[in-house]
Design a protein around this ligand. Structure first.
Ligand SMILES: [Zn+2]
Length: 448
């Protein structure tokens, strides 16, 4: 079988502006476009990649680049950078970046060496991130020195952060200045951060969702507009770097305590809600719960334990902001009551939630977490996914009543009715019909 190729269409006669331009695609790429590859095809020789192998070197590097000879050696599909892979392509198209650019990783190594965990070598415990993604430069220096394009998919750094709610908690005497975690009376906090890009081991991902691998691959292929044909033509490639957002771990206190079973761990899993998290919209409880989670994480660390907040880029229950705002409009125009809360989302998105927490526990296993003493979340889906993955949850801590914005009662009461954990009361559907959000009255005064 020969490589499936397509000739670049001839240039239109009028196209003389870019013909001799240094950014002309014909000068940057070979004359033939390789649309896909096949196993056993001449020259196709993927670098061995054994997911779940006992260490990074025997596991092998994730090679996803199509650059030069790597096209035949790659062992993974997709591209580095998650959704930002498209911006990377734009930078190359614009001539700002050479297609064969190789990063200089000097001094980029982690600020903390997380101790290796048994889960790193367990192909069932970690299926949605590369457990060695932070250590690429160290583990595969020989390949990097030889000019191979392999890249870290994780990065570990440290920072200071300042949140108005934490500043208030310090001023109100609810949090102490300890000089190490909370460094001063303004509420400045020291934090260790771990950024993670998604790297999917497809058999493991399929398994989590209870589907067969072929169904997962076909569905991913079809519903990315056919963007990744090797999902179909290369069943031997098992790893896919999907074009989606990743996650960030925020660790308060000494990072070595996170995996220490002998100290208490307070943990919040938070899914992105930009409108509330950053811009402090009051239609939901996201920012207040996030701030509460950070405060409790800091407190646990100050008490000799560990505090962790993990932020997942799954905007609007992974439906995105366009769908989210369409749902807001449908809610507000249709009489915004808690009994109809999920129906409004289902009408527009077809489902009430696309976050599918099945992959979420991977990062907990990567960190070496074996039990969570205080789980700062009411989500039954997050709870169930964590417990089913073998991590114990000792206590669940709901958001305090006084932190719930009045317009967000529609959301939180509907979620409680649907199974969210609460230590307060659970409303009936009849009662939910009485829980009403703010309407758009008086908005005419603002907009006209
Ligand atoms: Zn929200």
């Amino acid at each position: 079988m020969t490589m499936l190729e397509a000739d670049i269409p001839p240039k239109p006669p009028s196209d003389d502006i870019t013909a001799d331009s240094p950014t002309s695609p014909n000068l940057r790429y070979s004359k033939h476009i390789v649309l896909t590859t096949y196993p056993g095809q001449s020259g196709i020789d993927p670098v061995p990649l054994e997911w779940g192998a006992p260490d990074a070197k025997s596991r092998g590097p994730v090679v996803v680049s199509r650059s030069g000879p790597l096209l035949k050696r790659r062992n993974a599909m997709g591209a580095h950078g998650g959704s930002y892979s498209i911006y990377n392509a734009l930078a190359i198209a614009a001539g700002d970046l050479e297609p064969d650019f190789r990063p200089d990783f000097r001094n980029s190594e982690p600020t903390f060496n997380f101790p290796s965990q048994p889960a790193w070598a367990n192909k069932e415990k970690i299926v949605s991130m590369d457990p060695y993604g932070h250590d690429i430069v160290n583990q595969f220096s020989d390949l990097l020195n030889a000019g191979w394009d392999i890249r870290p998919t994780m990065a570990i750094t440290r920072a200071n952060m300042k949140l108005s709610e934490i500043g208030e908690a310090v001023r109100d005497g609810k949090l102490n200045v300890d000089g190490s975690i909370v460094v001063d009376s303004s509420g400045e906090v020291r934090v260790t951060k771990v950024a993670v890009e998604p790297v999917w081991y497809l058999p493991g991902v399929a398994d989590r969702f209870g589907v067969d691998e072929a169904t997962l691959r076909r569905t991913l292929f079809e519903h990315t507009g056919g963007s990744y044909p090797e999902l179909i033509t290369r069943p031997d490639l098992k790893v896919f770097l999907p074009p989606i957002g990743g996650l960030t771990v925020y660790i308060f206190g000494p990072p070595e305590r996170v995996s220490d079973e002998n100290v208490k761990l307070a943990l919040r899993i938070h899914d992105e809600c930009n409108g509330s998290d950053v811009f402090q919209s009051d239609i939901c409880t996201c920012r207040p719960y996030l701030a509460f989670g950070i405060e409790e994480a800091i407190r646990e660390a100050q008490n000799g334990g560990s505090g962790v907040v993990i932020y997942f880029r799954k905007e609007g229950r992974a439906l995105g902001e366009v769908i989210k705002y369409l749902v807001y409009n449908a809610r507000k125009r249709g009489g915004d009551t808690a009994d109809k809360y999920f129906t409004r989302t289902e009408n527009i998105a077809g489902v009430r939630d696309m976050r599918f927490q099945a992959l979420m526990p991977d990062i907990l296993h990567w960190l070496g977490i074996k039990k969570i003493d205080r789980m700062l979340s009411m989500s039954n889906m997050k709870h169930d996914a964590i417990v089913q993955s073998g991590i114990q949850i000792v206590e669940r801590v709901p958001i305090p009543e006084e932190m719930i914005p009045s317009d967000s009662r529609v959301e939180i009461d509907a979620k409680i009715n649907a199974g969210y954990f609460t230590t307060g009361r659970n409303y009936t559907m009849e009662e939910l019909a009485e829980v009403r959000g703010r309407g758009w009255e008086k908005w005419e005064d603002v907009t006209h």
